[in-house]
Design a protein around this ligand. Sequence first.
Ligand code: UDP
Length: 239
Amino acid sequence: SVPRPAYRRILLKLSGEALMGEDSYGINRATVERIVAEVKDVMVLGVQVAIVIGGGNIFRGVAPAAAGMDRATADYIGMLATVMNALALQDAMHRVGLPSRVQSALNIEQVAEPYIRGKAMRYLEEGKVVIFAAGTGNPFFTTDTAAALRGMEMNVDVVLKATKVDGVYTDDPMTHPDAMRYQRLTFDEAIIRNLRVMDATALTLCRDQKLPVKVFSIFKPGALKRVVMGEDEGTLVEC
Ligand code: UDP
């Protein structure tokens, strides 16, 4: 029989850095196009895809705050950066005929429609990618937490946390070549051992709602599809 996807609906968390490619700042066009192609590969399997996009490639609130800027103000700038990334992602999707909608947690109605849960759910059922911009809409939070929140609201089967490394390792695989990848971890292990899966707020939310998180590399060609097909790729964090 034909292998079927392991998930019906996913929430993909893309960091801002994922859009940078080899650049040190901003949005790299070829990289965005490659990511969009990977998303299209799982859409054609009939999987519903929601995306939470970060903003760290353009602005991160913590550093300016540390340098003296008001933290909340810096965070609002960071959230606006995610809106720019969302629009770039939607534009690239449009160019390959992938229907998508951007919903923003901050109201900027000339640019993106506001977040409305029921509408987002309907878009997913219609086979449109929904890109959630502006994080949670609140300062002092992260887009990882937005991914956990929107994932729960959209009743997704799993949050796919795209990183540079293809999973969670016992040690930093860049500096420790003998580090081993965990196939599976519990939320408690990840929290206790301070393994960098997501920030603690996001992890705790996922644990409390029993929403599994899969950590995988978006830079590894075909990895997203292998994750969706339930193959041994990345690290699964669950209860
Ligand atoms: N941010 C925020 N509230 C949110 C999500 C994001 O204040 O709910 C701000 C925060 O300043 C953060 C920036 O937006 O540093 C960019 O988001 P994040 O660092 O999560 O992006 P990523 O690391 O995924 O690129």
